[in-house]
Design a protein around this ligand. Structure first.
Ligand code: FE2
Length: 328
């Protein structure tokens, strides 16, 4: 079975193609175009305009990489949510058009589930505690029967949002978390507010505090301290969750899981506790179409029913609302 996956929840329009055959899964293609906001936050209509304008190009690149024509695809998966409504609508409309053109089944995939599933597969871990860290989400997740359960999460903004917003306050040329990570190299630690309630996080107070230091301390010291403090909060949440659940496996997924320092801290705490830690390659931690195709293929293989009429979106589609097939 060859499945084409469309990702369009936020700043990325991505298309991946995955083949599942004889118990093996191969990623045949993974292409994307990422909207870059210069000096400001994301404007939903601008993001959707970018996705619509670049969809054809990314589709062509993905088909060329896979060596397939659209007719060779057996099913189409798309990110149903959570995400920005205008962006989700571009992906859903594309899926709708492709269904009409190819008569192939279409399956709506929870975006967070796709992050988790591809990371589990790439790390080779069956039943891990999941740390999902991205722009919009910061969650501690475990599998609980036919769904995933969120056992801890941010009560305000996602970790990636904290970094992106702070990078904008510093007026970095490319205000993203990855640019902030480069700036933080060699910084010195400044004490910052630390807020963890059970296994839940709050980051907005930390953001306000860090922004008030701009102009009074070197930017790299503030960036370094912001990352060290927020990662320490996340790691303490992970340690509590490992203790409570007794899990012996841990994965990190989502865009912020690309951060080398976060991965180092998670590796160290895992080593201390005899826990196996794993993560995807960065190409699959950031938003991408391959993870949607991978999860769509797994859902269909396990008997998940394709969309029959409307190809819907759900901006607030949490991972714990995604009911999974029995054998998933
Ligand atoms: Fe994501």
């Amino acid at each position: 079975m060859k499945v084409l996956g469309i990702e369009s929840t936020a700043h990325t329009i991505g298309i991946g193609i995955v083949e599942k055959a004889n118990g093996k899964t191969v990623i045949l293609a993974n292409k994307k175009s990422v909207f870059k906001a210069v000096g400001k936050g994301f404007v939903p209509t601008e993001l959707a305009g970018h996705h619509a304008a670049n969809f054809g190009k990314v589709l062509g690149e993905a088909l060329a990489q896979s060596g397939l024509h659209l007719a060779g695809i057996d099913a189409i998966a798309y990110s149903k949510g959570p995400g920005i409504g205008t962006c989700l609508r571009v992906g859903a409309t594309a899926a709708c058009y492709m269904r009409a053109r190819t008569q192939k089944p279409v399956v709506g995939v929870n975006h967070c589930l796709a992050h988790v599933e591809i990371a589990k597969w790439q790390a080779g871990l069956a039943d891990p505690l999941v740390l999902y860290v991205s722009g919009g989400n910061t969650q501690l997740i475990i599998r609980d029967g036919r769904r995933y359960n969120v056992i801890g999460e941010t009560l305000d903004i996602g970790l990636g949002n904290l970094f992106d917003s702070f990078a904008r306050s510093l007026k970095l040329e490319h205000p993203t978390g990855s640019e902030l990570e480069k700036l933080a190299a060699g910084g010195k630690y400044l004490p910052m507010p630390y807020s963890l309630k059970a296994m839940n996080f709050t980051f907005s107070g930390l953001q306000t505090y860090a922004e008030k230091l701009i102009g009074n301390y070197p930017p790299n010291d503030i960036a370094y301290s912001l990352m060290e403090t927020s990662f320490a909060m996340v790691c303490e949440g992970v340690e509590k969750a490992l203790t409570i659940t007794g899990k012996k496996e841990l994965i990190a997924c989502g865009g912020v899981a690309c951060n080398k320092r976060l991965q180092e801290m998670l590796s160290l705490l895992s080593e201390d506790r005899g826990v196996t830690f794993g993560a995807s390659a960065n190409e699959f931690n950031v938003d991408n179409g391959a993870m949607v195709a991978f999860t769509g293929a797994k859902l269909l293989e396990c008997g998940f029913k394709p969309e029959t009429r409307e190809i819907a979106i759900n901006q607030d589609y949490r991972i714990d609302q995604a009911k999974l097939p029995k054998t998933f």
